[in-house]
Design a binder for this molecule. Structure first.
Ligand code: GDP
Ligand code: MG
Length: 168
């Protein structure tokens, strides 16, 4: 039986929790300051979806997103996308649309989940729930709210994407 391997890219403004999410999902840990391991392009985790083994390769950036300098190699061959913004960062929410276009330019239409991270900080939210729903509808994507810190809904993001890819 063939093993399915999926390259997943995680985009969004700096500071929204992308690296933390990859670390949480693949290593089960959370730290206040996650530093990318030099020389490692991605972390992976294997899961089972409807009896099928799926190897997810989660590609991280080294902070280039802040300088709009993500290379084509990052996007090349990506089959699914996590588009993340932060509950406490209005700019990251406003930037979601342009991140979607960027991924579309490089990868075409691939299964994408919009993630509102840091939901543990909902008391300090700068994005109201309706706005987030509207954004997801406008971009034609599922919206999931996560806390990487509290490990809420993180696995659901990747299960959803893997299932979507298998269904295609
Ligand atoms: P990146 O720039 O998108 O890769 O973001 P990082 O993963 O480096 O995270 C930026 C900061 O947000 C770090 O201090 C993380 O510890 C913190 N962070 C990430 N996820 C969460 C979360 O769900 N809740 C809270 N409160 N902090 C988080
Ligand atoms: Mg990072």
């Amino acid at each position: 039986e063939l093993e399915v391997a999926l390259k997943v890219v995680i985009v969004g403004n700096g500071g929204v929790g992308k690296s933390s999410m990859i670390q949480r999902y693949c290593k089960g840990t959370f730290t206040k300051d996650y530093k990318k391991t030099i020389g490692v392009d991605f972390l992976e985790r294997q899961i089972e979806i409807d009896g099928e083994e799926v190897r997810l390769m989660l590609w991280d950036t080294a902070g280039q997103e802040e300088f709009d300098a993500i290379t084509k190699a990052y996007y090349r061959g990506a089959q699914a996308c996590v588009l993340a913004f932060s509950t406490t960062d209005r700019d990251s929410f406003e930037a979601a649309h342009s991140w979607k276009l960027k991924v579309e330019n490089e990868c075409g239409e691939i299964p994408t989940v919009i993630v509102q991270n840091k939901i543990d900080l909902i008391d300090q939210t700068v994005v109201n729930p309706e706005e987030a729903e509207l954004l997801a509808r406008a971009l034609g994507c599922r919206l999931l709210r996560t806390s990487v810190k509290e490990d809420i809904n993180v696995a659901a993001v990747f299960r959803h994407l893997a299932a979507r890819c298998l269904a295609d």
